[in-house]
Write a protein that binds this ligand. Sequence first.
Ligand code: ATP
Length: 237
Amino acid sequence: MSDRLLDVDGIDAAYGQSRILRDLSLSVDRGEVVSLVGRNGAGKTTTLRAILGILTPTAGTITFDGEDITGYPDYETVNRGIRYVPEERQAFPDLTVDENLRMGQLKSGGEGTLSLDEVFELFPRLADRRSYNGSHLSGGEQQMLVIARALLGRTKLLLLDEPTEGLAPQIVEDVIEVVETISEEGVTILLVEQNVRAAMAVADRHYVINKGQNVFDGTTPELREAEDVMERHLGVG
Ligand code: ATP
């Protein structure tokens, strides 16, 4: 089995007439945490949508686990173990934490990456709140809930879209810890972030994109050294 789990090779993608991604490439090896960073509107979410199959690339290929999945619909990519946690944390507001999690279990027929007991062990905050309704959780708790729910499915690759967005700094720390914990559980993660500090805290390697194109890739120390990239494309001076 090769180390490579995901290979996005030179994809273009558009919404109608507006071309968003141009010759974009990235790869993720098994067990890695890789970040995709860039300014607002750079095309990060669009890249995740193309991988998941919500949007079909007009050029290039996407290979997952050795199989060409370019243009596969989302139910096919989900079946193969790709899970997307969107920016708008979609916990069911009227269901309890427990019920929300069981929805994730349903999809996997009980053979998820984690069991419900393991989820409660890894996320004690959710265990404490298992009878709370989704609508009564804080932003950070909702983020944990949707990540945990994805892990109750058979997840080989977790696509996390700006998990720290809108969270207070202390809660950002908690989310970073959660990402670290699930990575230690062996889950491979592609993390989209605008918060480059958060991305550097958890990811092994980074892809910086601008206007739908690759502008940099490298390790955390390499990105830290690339001051021009940090300033021009990430607004970090
Ligand atoms: P953000 O942090 O704002 O989510 P992003 O890097 O994820 O930024 P995308 O959401 O991928 O960026 O958006 C890239 C470009 O595509 C933007 O110019 C955006 O306006 C445009 N776009 C996004 N979704 C659609 C859509 N459904 N129809 C048309 N254009 C879209």
